[in-house]
Design a binder for this molecule. Structure first.
Ligand code: GDP
Ligand code: IMO
Ligand code: MG
Length: 435
């Protein structure tokens, strides 16, 4: 199985970190290929809990090479902090981590731009993680104001930064005339100092030097050598910049569409795509979420599932499983099988609902609308299934699940049209049922 990918099928936080960690032992290399420190992936092993933002969730297996590929946007300070934290937790990083010299670098201005443009005018705020992700991708596409990690090691880095800072200071100067400072946007008064930023980033560059490599070349050699490579998606398919609920999305292709672009491996190398999906729905930040339960049901799911953002600590919006949205992500990503997570959270509900279709402007549909405004108008049509009272956290086999839980899993598989291969019934590696 040379190339396998694990991607989120909803709006992120589907427990991709847990699943990547589980599947790592069968692979030689684990690759993060898009996103940045907006991701928060959790791996729980016994009494140890690890939080990962930029480092692949395969890092706990010492035989595996972990690669941060060129499609990722890199905040060097966050990367160094993550390396330090994991090292202190006894995880071996030095020989196992490689960072692409093609990653685009996040600078202080990206964080300020994120705060400034998270909400423009009267439209709903995107509710970003404020990690500078969108602005860094914007500069990548714009090209002239972008800096890649490899540029930090070039002799003209100092001049390039000075030129970029001159342009950014002019931009921010103009903005200050227009934007009421009472908005309380942090850093608006800041004028970037080229000397200070060059010193800071050259220090990061020195500390990151042992990890920096041409990872495209490394991965293409691995492809030629028939190595098993696991691709770890960040965010979820519905946050994809092209195919998600635009503009309430992230800055990268977080559906399967991003795998080859972000890593550089050829399309035909990817032989299997595993879609990770929660047994219900969550979303953090703005944008439509048709099955959201702004009521006691939503509160109960949030409490039982501990649905608080890993990165920003915001309470996640919670609701019933949306089979229309997930079926769309599955078809979009060419997903082969499902990994259904957090099933244990649904214990103790008398009945459980699944959204099987939408009603949009009086018409029933199973298509996921391209427009967020249309998605706001849809009325979810539900099917009601019996719930179960039992605690699932120590169940080890499918047949060991209560009949109602088995029924729920089968119905999801049927509605989505794909087999469920893994069921997760708790955060720990051990709390997993393979089918
Ligand atoms: P990711 O971003 O997709 O990796 O997911 P997160 O780590 O942000 O969020 C998933 C959360 O659920 C983490 O706190 C996990 O430890 C936890 N978790 C993972 N699988 C399960 C499960 O099956 N049941 C429960 N109750 N928690 C889980
Ligand atoms: P993982 O990998 C959940 C959301 C933000 C916001 C939108 C845009 O842990 O699943 P951004 O900072 O990316 O510009 O924010 O995307 N978002 C996530 N939501 N899980 C994530 O990552 C997310 N990364 C970004 O809340 O709505
Ligand atoms: Mg997360």
């Amino acid at each position: 199985m040379p190339g396998t990918a694990v991607i989120g099928l909803q709006w992120g936080d589907e427990a991709k970190g847990k699943i990547v960690d589980l599947l790592t032992s069968r692979n030689d290399i684990v690759v993060r290929y898009q996103g940045g420190a907006n991701a928060g992936h959790t791996v729980v092993a016994g009494d140890k809990k690890y939080k990962l933002s930029l480092i692949p969730s395969g890092i706990f297996h010492s035989h595996v090479q972990c690669v941060v590929a060129g499609g990722v946007v890199l905040h060097p300070k966050s990367m160094l902090a993550e390396i330090d934290t994991l090292t202190k937790q006894g995880v071996s990083i030095q020989k196992n981590l490689m960072i692409s010299d093609r990653t685009h670098v996040i600078f202080p201005w990206h964080l300020i731009e994120d705060a400034l443009f998270n909400k423009v005018g009267n439209t709903e705020a995107i509710g970003t993680t404020m990690r500078g992700i969108g602005p860094c991708y914007r500069d990548k596409v714009g090209r002239t104001l972008a800096v890649r990690l490899g540029d930090l090691y070039q002799p003209d880095f100092q001049n390039r930064i000075a030129e970029i800072i001159e342009a950014k200071n002019r931009m921010f100067g103009g903005l200050m005339c227009d934007i009421d400072k009472s908005m309380g946007v942090p850093g608006l008064d800041v004028e970037f100092n080229a000397k200070q930023i060059v010193e800071e980033y050259l220090d990061y560059a020195e500390r990151l030097r042992p990890f920096v490599a041409d990872t495209t070349d490394y991965l293409l050699n691995a492809v030629d050598g028939d190595k098993n490579i696991l691709f770890e998606g960040a965010q979820g398919s519905l946050l994809d910049v092209d195919h998600g609920t635009f503009p309430y999305v992230t800055g990268s292709n977080s559906s399967a569409a991003g795998i080859c672009g972000g890593s550089g491996v050829p399309l035909h190398f990817i032989k299997k795509i595993i879609g990770v999906v929660k047994a219900y729905t969550t979303r953090v930040g703005g944008g439509p979420c048709p099955t959201e339960q702004n009521n006691d049901i939503g509160v109960k799911i949030r409490t039982r599932g501990n649905e608080i953002g890993t990165v920003t600590k915001r309470p996640r919006r919670c609701g019933w499983f949306d089979a229309v949205a997930v079926r769309y992500s599955v078809r979009l990503g060419g997903v082969d099988s499902l990994c259904l997570t957090l099933l244990d959270v649904l214990s103790t509900f008398d009945t459980i609902q699944i959204c099987t279709a939408y009603e949009l402007d009086g018409q029933q549909t199973r298509s996921f609308p391209s427009s967020s405004e249309a998605l706001r108008r849809v009325k979810p049509l539900y099917e009601t299934l019996p719930g179960w009272q039992d605690d699932l956290r120590s169940v080890k086999t499918f047949s060991g699940l209560p009949a109602a839980a088995q029924n729920y899993v089968k119905r999801i598989s049927e509605l989505i049209g794909k087999p469920v291969e893994i069921i997760s019934v708790g955060p720990d590696r051990e709390q997993t049922i393979e089918l």
